[in-house]
Ligand binder design. Sequence first.
Ligand code: HEM
Length: 461
Amino acid sequence: MTSIDPRSDQLPRRVADSINRDDLPLNDDRSRLRYVMNNLLLHIHPSRVNKASLKFTYTWGLGGLAIMLLAILVGTGIMLMFAYTPSPTTAYSDMLNLQTSVNYGQFVRNLHHWSGNLLVIVTVLHLLRVFFTGGLRPPREFNWVLGIGLLLLVVVANFTGYLLPWDQLAYWAVTVGASLLSYIPLIGDALSNFILGGPEVSGATLTNFYGLHVAIIPMAIFFIASFHIWRVRKDALTVPRDIDEAPPERLEKVPTLPHLVSIEFVFALVMLALLVGWAAFVNAPLEAAADPNHSPNPAKAAWYFMGIQELLLHFHPVIGAIVIPALGLGALVAFPYLKFDSDTEGIWFRSHKGRRMAWLAAIIALIGTPPLVILDEYIIDFPAMLPTLPSLVSNGLLPLLILLALFLMFGAGMKSLFKANRDETRQALFVLLVVAFIALTVMGVAFRGEGMALMWPWEVL
Ligand code: HEM
């Protein structure tokens, strides 16, 4: 075991050495192994990283930011547990108390609330970064699947936390969100009853959600995130390349300490400062106490489910709430296992053509989604046009098949228009779906008012 360097009499150096016994040279395999064994940071990172991968505008530090947010959520969550009891009689008053009588209670709640919401956004952005730089290709396909698992857990963690303040917003958002489950054929009702602890949101739901939120989901995130980060270390991060640049023959490596760790440290400090500033001035919402007898109008799901709630307004619930999300999720999981046409790992958007196609797909999705919503809202009414068919067909399978046909035609059209390969075409299809889903989410959040009717955002507020 290495001892602390007796020659160093500088206090910071001695403190650092007492934590990480890392004063060994890195010039042979044995000393490198001991260096790693003796250093906590190097259990997370490799001892040396590719210099090119340090480029901040490649990863945008999003994976690391997700880790930092998880750490803040655990820290602030534990503090909140000291002032909160998960019971319908106390939950809401605990929230008020936290905001008025507990020192820094409001601030800690704000930090927890905003970090939780930011984590959903950051995780999605990280997924997009990985997708658009080809980071999901072999050998990283399983890590991509682990990532999808993490994204789902992050959303469920947020959703279970949503109920805990026990105000109107929480009660009805969870009622709407949980109702999506009951549309799963055969087992939907049983599943929803199991999770809610009864037929509707009640004290039993609060107990169940609390247990999930403070213990089961954080533990699952901890194990899967550890696996994920370990795999990043084993596979090494992809190396950024310019378009048309061949994969480098020899990669220049630099020690992780200080090269990578110093960038992470500065970025973490900047983000922490921004988050603390935001949480100091912007309060987490808290409405009136939950009232199971008075539903607000409109009753909306949490913002990250609004895309699905919007789909429910256009499709039979089994198709809108189950089939479409399941198809999307299945496609995401299967994606890295498809055959790739070209080696574009590390290149943003694959190629010049890939970039142009992605732009076009984004513009088409952005200007095409609102007219489709309006068309279905005011003009086309399949159930009225086909009254003899069950609504699962007229309002579900039929519009779904029409959309799938349009989707495939779009893919074929883009492929032949640009003379593109399969990678570029699939990327354009992915962009189309992502932007359409974001457009649906924005419409649900900002353009749906009383009775979930379409209106302008200033009328919604
Ligand atoms: C709590 C959520 C997550 C955490 C804490 C996390 C953490 C990280 C970190 C620290 C890295 C390396 C640096 C970076 O790219 O920023 C990374 C890379 C990676 N992540 Fe995640 N991640 C999460 C979610 C996801 C999701 C949702 C996906 C995709 C579905 C994903 C797929 C990947 C892949 C494939 C890599 C390797 C990419 C490459 O080598 O370029 N991760 N992740």
